[in-house]
Design a protein around this ligand. Structure first.
Ligand SMILES: Cc1ncc(COP(=O)(O)O)c(C=O)c1O
Length: 457
C-alpha cells in the first residue's frame, strides 16, 4: 500500500493520484501506485492495432515477446560481453545480403540500426565519403556533394541532406505521377552526385520508383560522361515484401549499380519498434574511414552506427522471426496482407467515393483521393470521422508539385484479418456517406515551415 503524507492509499486512491505537474516528483510511490498512474495516463492514446497510419509492427507472438522481455536489459553494443547477440546480428546481415541477391564471393557488410532512418543516414554517409575520396584522389573539387531523390522520399532523406551538408536535388512529383522516374534526371545528376536514392514501397502511395529505368539512365550517363553514380535502394517497407512476393523482379543487388539497401525490421520485417537494417553490396562500400575502434566496454570492438548503446531485444526478435517463419512464412503472411489490401482497395473504389492513387499494388498500402464530385468534405474529414470508431488513418497533402492532391492512406498490416478489413471498409464508406450529406469542416493541419502535412512512418 502507498503512503502519502503518512496516509495509506487503497488501490482506487492510487489510480486517482494526480500526475499533471512538470516539476521533478518530490515523493516516492509504491511500484503498484506508479504503475497505476502511468498506465492510466496512456489510456486516451490511440489503440496501436487500429493505427493504420503507421507501417510499424504492433503484433508479435507471445514467444517472441517473451524473448524480448528476457533480453530487454542486454546492451547490444557490448559485443565483448554479449557476443551471441552480435553474432546473431552478423548472421542476419549475411542472410539479408543473400535475400537481397548480393553478389557471391564478397564480404557482405551491414548492421542493425534503430530504424530505417539510422540505416539511411549510414548509407548516405558511406556514399558521401566514397564520393569525396574519389574526387580528392582525382584532384577535383569535393566541396559540393549533392544527392538526387524523388519528391516522394521519406523525411529521413531531407534530414540526412540537411544534417550532413549535402545539397538536396529533389525531383518534384506531379499530379498523377508520385514516383521518381528517369525522365528528368539529366537536370539533376552531375559529377557531384553522391548517389541516387530510389524507393521500393514508398511512404506516400506504396509504389516503387522506376528502378530499372533509373539504373539504365545512369548506365547511359556513365557511357557519355565517364561519371559513375551509385544507387541506394530505400526498401524501408518493400525490403521485406518484394523478396517473398516478387522473386523475379530485380529491385535489389541484382542491379549492379545498387550499392546499399535499407529496410525496417520493425515494418514488414515483423518486429516491434525499433529496428532497421542497412546492407552494403560488399564491405568496401562502407568506407573504412567511418569505422571507429573502441575498448572502453572491455575488449576492442568496431563501431560504425550513429547510436551506441541499444537494446538487443529487437535484434533477438528479428532472429526469432527469421527462424520461425523462414521464406514460406514471410511469403504466406505478405500474400495474405497484400490480398487484404487489394480487397480493401476494391471495396473503397466500388463505393464510388474514391480514385486510387497507387496504380500498382506491391506493398499492402491503399492510397486514395476523393473524386472531384465531392466538394463539401475532404480526406481530412474522413480521417477525423473514422477516428470516432478508433481508426487512425493518415490524410495529407502530397509533396511538391503535386500539392493540389490530398491523400487518404491505409497501411494494411499483417495483424488485420478479412473481417476487420471489411469493418474498416464499412466504417470509411459510412463516414463518406455521412459527410456527403452533412458536409465537413476539417482543414489540413499546418506544418511548421512549409504548411504541408506529412504521413507517418
Ligand atoms: C520509404 C521510407 N524510408 C524511410 C523511412 C524511415 O523509417 P524508420 O521509421 O524505420 O526510421 C520510412 C518510414 O516510413 C519510409 O517509409
Amino acid at each position: 500500500m502507498s503512503k502519502i503524507q503518512g496516509q495509506d492509499l487503497t488501490p482506487y486512491e492510487e489510480y486517482q493520484l494526480d500526475f499533471s505537474g512538470d516539476d521533478f516528483p518530490d515523493r516516492e510511490l509504491t511500484p503498484r501506485a506508479a504503475h497505476a498512474v502511468i498506465e492510466s495516463a496512456m489510456w486516451t492514446d490511440a489503440n496501436p492495432m487500429l493505427n493504420l497510419s503507421s507501417f510499424v509492427t504492433t503484433f508479435m507472438e507471445p514467444e517472441a515477446r517473451d524473448l524480448m522481455s528476457k533480453h530487454a536489459h542486454v546492451n547490444y553494443i557490448d559485443h565483448d560481453m554479449y557476443p551471441k547477440s552480435y553474432h546473431m546480428e552478423q548472421r542476419m546481415v549475411q542472410m539479408l545480403h543473400s535475400l537481397w541477391n548480393g553478389p557471391k564471393g564478397v564480404e557482405p557488410y551491414g548492421t542493425a540500426c534503430v530504424g530505417s532512418s539510422e540505416a539511411c543516414m549510414l548509407a548516405g554517409l558511406a556514399h558521401k565519403w566514397n564520393w569525396r575520396q574519389a574526387r580528392e584522389a582525382a584532384g577535383k573539387d569535393a566541396s559540393r556533394p549533392n544527392m538526387v531523390t524523388g519528391g516522394n522520399v521519406q523525411i529521413v532523406w531531407k534530414k540526412f541532406m540537411k544534417y550532413f551538408d549535402v545539397e538536396p536535388r529533389i525531383v518534384p512529383l506531379k499530379p498523377g505521377n508520385y514516383r521518381l522516374t528517369a525522365e528528368e534526371l539529366d537536370q539533376y545528376v552531375d559529377e557531384n552526385t553522391i548517389c541516387v536514392v530510389a524507393i521500393v514501397g514508398q511512404t506516400f502511395t506504396g509504389e516503387d520508383d522506376e528502378l530499372q529505368a533509373i539504373h539504365d539512365w545512369l548506365d547511359d550517363y556513365e557511357k557519355k560522361t565517364d561519371i559513375s553514380v551509385p544507387m541506394h535502394i530505400d526498401g524501408a517497407s518493400g525490403g521485406f515484401v518484394h523478396p517473398f512476393l516478387y522473386p523475379d523482379y530485380k529491385w535489389d543487388f541484382r542491379l549492379p549499380r545498387v550499392q546499399s539497401i535499407n529496410a525496417s525490421g520493425h515494418k514488414f520485417g515483423l518486429v516491434l519498434p525499433g529496428l532497421g537494417w542497412v546492407i552494403f553490396r560488399e564491405r568496401k562500400v562502407f568506407n573504412e574511414d567511418l569505422i571507429f575502434y573502441v575498448n572502453y566496454l572491455g575488449g576492442e570492438s568496431a563501431t560504425a552506427t550513429l547510436n551506441f548503446s541499444r537494446n538487443a531485444a529487437q535484434i533477438i526478435a528479428q532472429a526469432y522471426q527469421f527462424l520461425r517463419l523462414g521464406r514460406p512464412g514471410y511469403e504466406r503472411i505478405m500474400r495474405l496482407t497484400v490480398d487484404n489490401a487489394e480487397h480493401l482497395r476494391e471495396r473503397l473504389v466500388e463505393s464510388g467515393f474514391f480514385t486510387i492513387m497507387n496504380e500498382t499494388q506491391s506493398i499492402p498500402v491503399v492510397a486514395l483521393t476523393l473524386k472531384d464530385d465531392f466538394k463539401n468534405f475532404s480526406e481530412f474529414d474522413i480521417s477525423s470521422k473514422v477516428r470516432e470508431k478508433g481508426w487512425v488513418l493518415s490524410a495529407y497533402t502530397m509533396p511538391p508539385n503535386a500539392e493540389t492532391v490530398n491523400s487518404l492512406r491505409v497501411v494494411v498490416r499483417p495483424h488485420l484479418n478479412r473481417t476487420v478489413v471489411n469493418q474498416l471498409a464499412d466504417d470509411i464508406i459510412a463516414a463518406c456517406k455521412h459527410l456527403a450529406e452533412h458536409g465537413g469542416t476539417a482543414t489540413p493541419p499546418e506544418l511548421h515551415s512549409h504548411k504541408k502535412t506529412a504521413p507517418k512512418c
